[in-house]
Design a protein. Structure first.
Length: 362
């Protein structure tokens, strides 16, 4: 199924609606008709058109869409004020899936609470930030990396109705995953993980001396043992001129970004302590030797990492989607208006090659 990959529940959560790439007048004539009927409930053309007006007028919304589906879909169709049928199919599919998920939760007497929605909003910003680090945006989106603003800022920059719908859908999908998978990714569970794994959220500030051989590194370590200051040796043996000027400081690094063999060597060192010579592969054939001195340790506040912890918990249970959602979709009763295409539970909405002739009359 096209939506079911790593972290794909977030890419299902696209709170947009659009119509096929033919005349906007035709769309307006059919706005009140059913675009789809899901288990007896109607998704109207009016709802689709409402989201169309928001996404087509916002480059931020278009950029967010690219991030969330992990690819670029054309926004505009071939006619004036129209959108592409592929985009229409993608969005209508997500709206159908949202309704099916909502029916599943209702049948299992699971409610989406206000707290779930609040949490989902933070998760959405975190997921967008994670996606933005590796995904290029479409032509016409704001310049930058890649939308020009952070995930949280992006949620504020898109139209309010668009953002609210995405957050609501995010909450539905996260609740579905937890209900179907019998696990919890609540704030309290995330905090328990944070407390139990402090090493994953520590920042280590270090001074460093660099040597080109083990013998040179050993000699530097011996000088320190005899009382020579780390800062004085750093004037010659630091990693860079700026480091030399600051006593050998190489800044503060998240513990998870430090190579494992170095992290284990400095984990037990007190602040101000000095490591034994540590070998690390250099940029060339010859290795580089380091002597490290921790200058401070600190924890990243929980508020800064809660979203990423929750995303990791949800991602670790992503098999819930591949094992449960296809069956739920297969048993749903879905009817698509021919104007928008046909429904396949394993593929979603399949757009028509062209509008049926009866929709082009009048």
């Amino acid at each position: 199924m096209r939506h079911l990959g790593k972290l794909q529940l977030y890419r299902l959560a696209i709170g947009l609606g659009v119509v096929l790439g033919f005349s906007s007048l035709l769309s307006a004539c059919n706005a009140s008709t059913a675009a789809a009927t899901v288990n007896g409930s109607v998704i109207t053309g009016t709802k689709l058109d409402s989201y169309l007006s928001q996404v087509s007028g916002s480059s931020y919304a278009q950029c967010e869409l690219d991030l969330r589906i992990g690819s670029t879909l054309p926004v505009h169709g071939t006619g004036h004020a129209t959108v592409s049928p592929d985009l229409s199919a993608e969005i209508l599919t997500s709206l159908i899936e949202q309704k099916v998920v909502g029916d599943y939760l209702a049948a299992h007497k699971v409610k989406v609470t206000g707290l779930d929605i609040t949490i989902a909003k933070g998760d959405l910003g975190a997921e967008l930030a994670a996606s933005s680090s590796s995904t290029n945006t479409s032509t016409g989106a704001p310049s930058g990396s890649p939308c020009g603003i952070s995930g949280a800022q992006l949620m504020k920059a898109v139209p309010a109705g668009f953002a609210n719908e995405q957050v609501a859908l995010q909450a539905d999908l996260e609740t579905f995953m937890q209900a179907a998978g019998h696990f919890s990714a609540s704030a309290s569970v995330a905090h328990t993980f944070y407390v139990k794994h402090p090493q994953d959220f520590a920042n280590l500030c270090l001074n460093a001396l660099v040597a080109t051989s083990q013998a040179e590194a050993t000699a530097l370590r011996q000088q320190i043992a005899k009382g020579v200051s780390f800062a004085s040796l750093a004037k010659i043996h630091a990693s860079s001129p700026s480091s030399a000027a600051s006593g050998g400081s190489i800044g503060c690094i998240p513990a998870t970004n430090i190579p494992s063999q170095i992290a284990s060597a400095v984990a037990s060192l007190p602040v101000g302590g000095v490591s034994q010579p540590l070998e690390q592969a250099g940029t060339g054939a010859a290795p580089v030797w380091f002597i490290l001195q921790p200058t401070s340790r600190s924890e990243t506040p929980f508020s800064q990492v809660e979203g990423s912890i929750r995303l990791n918990i949800l991602s670790s249970h992503s098999q819930t989607l591949t094992s449960t959602l296809p069956g739920v979709l297969k048993h749903a009763h879905v009817v698509i208006s021919p104007m928008y295409g046909t429904w396949d539970s394993s593929r979603g909405v399949i757009p028509p090659a062209s509008p049926p002739s009866r929709f082009l009359k009048g």
